[in-house]
Ligand binder design. Structure first.
Ligand code: 0X9
Ligand code: ZN
Ligand code: ZN
Length: 305
């Protein structure tokens, strides 16, 4: 049975997606944006009060990397909190009245399933190509943003394999197609990873500063301060290239260059004690503090529509 304070496997997340979207039809709907390599449906949840006109939106994904289990846990938490606080929390109410939030609870479903069944430390997709016995590519090296020029490998056996071409991974293509299709309404792209306690923004494929660097930094610092206000958890903010490492082909840089200005990558708890194996006892505090940061970004985006 599904629990917000446990790491749910894909079967549990899938049935949760079905039940949560049918239980709240006035605030949530779902759409399949394509299937994974192994044929699992990628379902995007749309949160927002129905409105006559087209609303601006935020897109958030979790679980690009299979082993980062706190990430899908956060997307599930976010959906629950959005639904349960709409109508009582003035910020959430105003957000969902004015905007839609698209949530992809697990991006790399095949990999996530594999970490539950076979190899807890798997990172990549699970795609196969004739000519190599190694499986999968790094979805966060497979986007068309300085693709495979730095911090990525062209070796199919590497954990940071960039893939055979940009969007060779069907999961990356499905997400990129969805964002391209909805480009005129998507004002912010938020992608959730772990671990290191960082709030990153473009660029990671180059050391050049983004055109909106100062504003992106200001918002990231505000979001980090909001996060820290709950339990004192410290985050570092900055451009990916200098704050974590240079790495091309990421979804954040790709979305930004497409025109989605407020593009952020979260690296959630912790700083290495448990790393990817963050205990379930930390799911609730991690999600509660991260909610404050995501809501801070959302409020800023909303104010600047
Ligand atoms: O390397 C990554 O993809 C991310 N770190 S992780 O440990 N979760 O793998 C950081 C992504 C930062 N953004 C880009 N490199 N574009
Ligand atoms: Zn990651
Ligand atoms: Zn809460």
């Amino acid at each position: 049975t599904h629990s917000y304070t446990k790491y749910n496997n894909w079967d549990k997340v899938q049935s949760w997606i079905a039940s949560i979207s049918s239980s709240n039809p006035s605030l949530i709907s779902k759409q399949v944006i394509g299937n994974t390599y192994e044929g699992r449906p990628m379902t995007v949840l749309k949160l927002g009060k129905k409105s006559g006109s087209t609303k601006p939106a935020i897109f958030m994904d979790c679980g690009i990397h299979a082993r980062e289990w706190i990430s899908p846990a956060f997307c599930q938490w976010f959906v629950k909190e959005a639904l349960s606080t709409y109508g009582s929390d003035s910020q959430m109410t105003s957000l969902l009245d004015q905007m839609d939030v698209f949530v992809l609870p697990v991006f790399n479903i095949d990999g996530y399933d594999y970490t539950h069944k076979s190899n807890r430390m798997w990172r990549k997709t699970r795609s196969r190509r004739s000519g190599s016995s190694c499986i999968g590519a790094d979805p966060n090296r497979n986007f068309n943003a300085g693709w495979c020029t730095i911090g990525a490998s062209s070796n199919p056996c590497s954990d940071t394999f960039c893939g055979y071409t940009p969007e060779s991974e069907i999961e990356a293509k499905n997400v990129a197609d969805f964002i391209r299709r909805n480009k005129s309404i998507i004002k912010s792209y938020i992608t959730i990873h772990s671990y290191s306690q960082l709030l990153l923004f473009p660029y990671s494929y180059t050391y050049e500063l983004a055109a909106h660097h100062s504003e992106l930094l200001k918002v990231a610092e505000g979001a980090s301060a909001a996060l820290r206000s709950l339990y004192g958890t410290r985050y570092t903010s900055g451009p990916g290239a200098t704050t974590i490492y240079p790495a091309a082909g990421g979804s954040d840089d790709w979305a930004y260059d497409l025109g989605v200005k407020y593009s952020y990558t979260f690296e959630l708890r912790d700083t290495g004690r448990y790393g990817f194996l963050l205990p379930e006892s930390q799911i609730k505090p991690t999600c509660e503090e991260t909610m404050l940061a995501v809501k801070y970004i959302a409020a800023y985006v909303q104010k600047n529509l």
